[in-house]
Design a protein around this ligand. Structure first.
Ligand code: DAU
Length: 320
């Protein structure tokens, strides 16, 4: 955004929970039109103070507790951050005035599909049928966003993306976890048979779609942002082994996730027709770029996995 819109002033508000990491912002920290504020989006006083001082005209809510496995262990914080946090931000938008509030949502709000070819990808008109505490909290926030639009006339939009991958992704998600484990010759924990399907979207393609929606998308609308790239987990993990020259014998099938959604797939025709967006990065290229980044930025992820992450890893994978 800083490169594309040099005249914009961008404020990044982040609580810096376990998944936040200031070193990720290093490349932009000293830019004159960028500032960082460490705050919880649920902290009404701090959020109001920031709005009073800065009067942002566009707010994009990326903030969320986002990991399904963690939501199964501890739903409470997901309800707090994902629902109450969105409400707090929108209340500030109402109070101080805003040109656009954009909510980053997820394809998981639609629930899962079967593997049958007859089961067609979800459009924006599909019912919300979330399965996990995480996706229920995101669906709740989406409902709240639309309610604020209807009740208070807040100029909102929502985007629902499929599975992101790429640089700087916290190594609890499938792709970075497998890269980091493979690089350390550690077991690659595949849930169940690994036949679950996800639709992979390169992070920069996702960001380009968000940029389009906040500038040209219609107020009060939902846009699906899908990668047109459905793949089985097991095939992704095998591909990572191949790219890194690691043996597939590292793959270990572990106990499945509770309530594990079988397949996610969304139809991005609306954003294509209205805003001309299409995912540009082919998976074969995106995964190479991603692996290269993790190879070249070992300090970034090693600092993460040497810290609190070890307790998480032991707790989540120790008994599987
Ligand atoms: O679809 C968008 C969603 O994608 C986002 O809304 C979520 O915030 C994001 O976490 C992601 O959800 P998933 O649950 O699909 O992503 P995750 O990387 O956790 O898992 C991807 C698939 O890989 C899923 O079928 C579970 C499986 N898996 C995951 C991990 C971490 C494994 O087999 N082994 C693992 O160790």
């Amino acid at each position: 955004m800083l490169a594309k819109h040099p005249a914009y002033r961008i404020i990044c508000l982040d609580k810096l929970t376990y998944a936040g990491n200031l070193s990720t912002l290093k490349p932009v920290m000293d830019k004159p039109n960028f500032s960082f504020v460490q705050t919880d989006i649920c902290d009404r006083e701090a959020v109001d103070k920031l709005f009073e001082e800065e009067h942002p005209d566009i707010v994009v809510n990326f903030a969320a507790e986002s990991h399904v496995d963690r939501s199964i262990e501890n739903p409470g914080i997901f309800l707090q951050t994902n629902i109450m946090g969105a409400a707090t931000l929108m209340d500030a938008c109402r109070k101080y005035g805003i040109r656009r509030y954009h909510q980053i949502s997820t394809d998981e709000v639609y629930g899962d599909l079967t593997l049958s070819a007859e089961a067609k990808p979800f459009t924006e008109k599909a019912l919300l049928r979330p399965s996990s505490p995480y996706s229920s909290s995101k669906a709740s926030a989406d409902l709240l966003v639309m309610a604020y639009h209807r009740t208070y006339g807040l100029p909102v939009s929502i985007s629902r993306c499929s599975n992101n991958y790429g640089t700087y992704q916290f190594p609890e998600k499938l792709i970075p976890l497998m890269i980091v484990n493979a690089l350390s010759d550690k077991p690659l924990p595949v849930y169940g048979e690994g036949l679950n399907v996800r639709d992979w979207l390169y992070v920069e393609d996702h960001c380009k779609a968000i940029d389009l929606i906040i500038h040209k998308g219609r107020v009060g609308e939902v846009y699906n942002i899908g990668g047109n790239n459905e793949m089985r987990n097991i095939d992704i993990v095998k591909l990572i082994c191949k790219e890194l020259g690691k043996p597939e014998s590292l793959i270990t099938h572990v106990t499945d996730r509770k309530g594990h959604d079988m397949r996610y797939a969304i139809d991005p025709t609306k954003i294509h027709n209205e805003l001309g967006w299409l995912p540009k990065t082919k998976f074969a290229d995106g995964i190479k770029k991603t692996i290269k980044w993790y190879l070249e930025n070992q300090k970034w992820w090693q600092d993460i996995i040497n810290g609190e992450y070890q307790h998480y890893y032991k707790k989540m994978y120790g008994n599987r």
